[in-house]
Design a protein around this ligand. Structure first.
Ligand code: ATP
Ligand code: MG
Length: 426
């Protein structure tokens, strides 16, 4: 019978890969908690309406990328394509936003029916950060300082660059949109097919078209920049000053618009040039209107999401995964003979209590001395503890270095943990 395989674009993360995932997740978690951010966990499935109302009906995500289905009650549900909408829904539903500021983060799988390729999958993972109740550019700046700090902790500083832009309020964008459509309509037949379609649905997205002839036409197009409202302009200027003061380098990219409808004012992307077309590792911006749009009180908000697959791909591509991440076993405890089995399990447990940092692997499954030593070697452990029925009778164990020529030593159980602690230091 044919074997059943995983769904295209949805990846297993294998034991060889989980250490680097854990390294990234642990590092992000540590940095976020240092900045006072609280974790929130939302369901993976939400009502379809939530995404339509927030991300926007005529965005790529809602038009063609969502996994939407009717459940057994006939309700239309969707596997979340991103986390912001669900986070706002949850925060509102539980009164987290009333008269207070919030700094929240979450992580988990997201689902989009895109064409799978390097750095682009149908199930992928994000860590998202959302801040509520803060109007000023200082929180925008904090988010960028925080991400810059993250790159440093991950060893990626210098491998990502920051692009920022302001896309103004939705009123300002409406006026600009009209001017842009008027201009582009004169060249309609020379635009690429996607851009022609977007002329009706989402003209601002044409700004980041990669098509050469469209790009040429765009060179003469009206600039969003000159349509910005006064408040957005001032917000952006203050943000730039804060970034300059914090020593965060950036470029202003006037074509940066983002693909989700809820953004306004500040938008930004952290980009790497080492991953080809899928180079955006972290993206976000302000969305001051979304909470109200979803039925809440007007609440200022700003956030970002980073793609874990892309960050991990970047670490691996640049060979920047720290050596300690893929650490093997430290100690391998053997058990020669039936009578040594129970004592070996007990001894291994004693070692784990005494050496909380060490990885202590018990040999299970019996076998000859030779086959157990082979397994010990393969485990990558630096030391084997040898326990046979004789040692059990004497209350001792053999301590055998596996990666050096030092001789094996015979120690009492009491001596073993301190000896290992000393030995594992170097
Ligand atoms: P892109 O321009 O690459 O399609 P996006 O604008 O759709 O990205 P967002 O919705 O802002 O991206 O998501 C934030 C981040 O999540 C992206 O910068 C990227 O790192 C990651 N991401 C988005 N879609 C995918 C995907 N299909 N597979 C893997 N990572 C993804
Ligand atoms: Mg996309």
């Amino acid at each position: 019978m044919a074997k059943i395989q995983a769904i295209r674009g949805m990846n297993d993360i294998l034991p060889e890969q989980t250490p680097v995932w854990q390294f990234v997740e642990d590092t992000v978690r540590k940095v976020l908690s240092q900045y006072g951010y609280q974790e929130i966990r939302m369901p993976i499935v939400e009502q379809t309406e939530l995404f339509k109302r927030s991300i926007g009906e005529v965005t790529d995500i809602v038009e063609k990328e969502m996994y939407t289905f009717d459940d057994r009650n006939g309700d239309s549900l969707t596997l979340r394509p991103e986390g912001t909408a669900g986070c706002v829904r949850a925060a509102e539903e539980h009164g987290l936003l009333f008269n207070q500021t919030r700094r929240l983060w979450y992580t988990g799988p997201m689902f989009r029916h895109e064409r799978p390729q390097k750095g682009r999958y149908r199930q992928f993972h994000q860590i998202g950060v959302e801040c509520f109740g803060m109007a000023g550019p200082d929180i925008d700046a904090e988010l960028l300082v925080l991400t810059a700090r993250l790159w440093k902790e991950l060893g990626l500083a210098g491998h990502t660059r920051l692009e920022i832009n302001s896309i103004g309020t939705s009123e300002a964008r409406k006026v600009y949109r009209q001017a842009l459509v008027e201009y582009l309509n004169q060249y309609k037949s020379d635009l690429d097919a996607d851009s022609q379609r977007r002329l009706q649905s989402n003209p601002l997205r044409i700004l980041d078209s990669k098509d050469p002839s469209t790009r040429e036409i765009l060179a003469g197009a009206p600039k969003l920049d000159s349509y910005l409202d006064e408040e957005s302009r001032a917000h952006f200027d203050r943000l730039r000053k804060l970034l300059d003061a914090a020593g965060i380098a950036y470029t202003v990219n006037p074509a940066l618009v983002r693909g989700l409808d809820y953004y306004g004012k500040t938008v930004f992307e952290w980009i790497t040039d080492s991953l080809g077309a899928q180079g955006t590792v972290c993206a976000g911006g302000r969305y001051d209107g979304l909470v109200e749009q979803l039925g809440g009180k007007p609440t200022r908000a700003v956030g970002f999401a980073m793609g874990l697959e892309r960050l991990i791909l970047l670490l691996e591509t640049l060979d920047l995964v720290p050596a300690h991440v893929n650490s093997d076993a430290d100690v391998y405890v053997t058990a020669m003979g039936e009578g040594a089995m129970a004592p070996a399990l007990a001894l291994a447990e004693e070692l784990r209590v005494a050496l909380p940092e060490a990885v202590v692997v018990s040999h299970c499954g019996g076998g000859s001395f030779k086959s157990q030593m082979k397994k010990a070697d393969k485990s990558g452990a630096r030391y084997a503890v040898i326990l046979g029925e004789n040692e059990v009778a004497n209350g001792t164990a053999g301590l055998k270095p596996l990666r050096s020529d030092e001789p094996q030593r015979e120690l009492t159980w009491k001596e073993l943990a301190p000896a290992l602690a000393e030995a594992l230091k170097n």
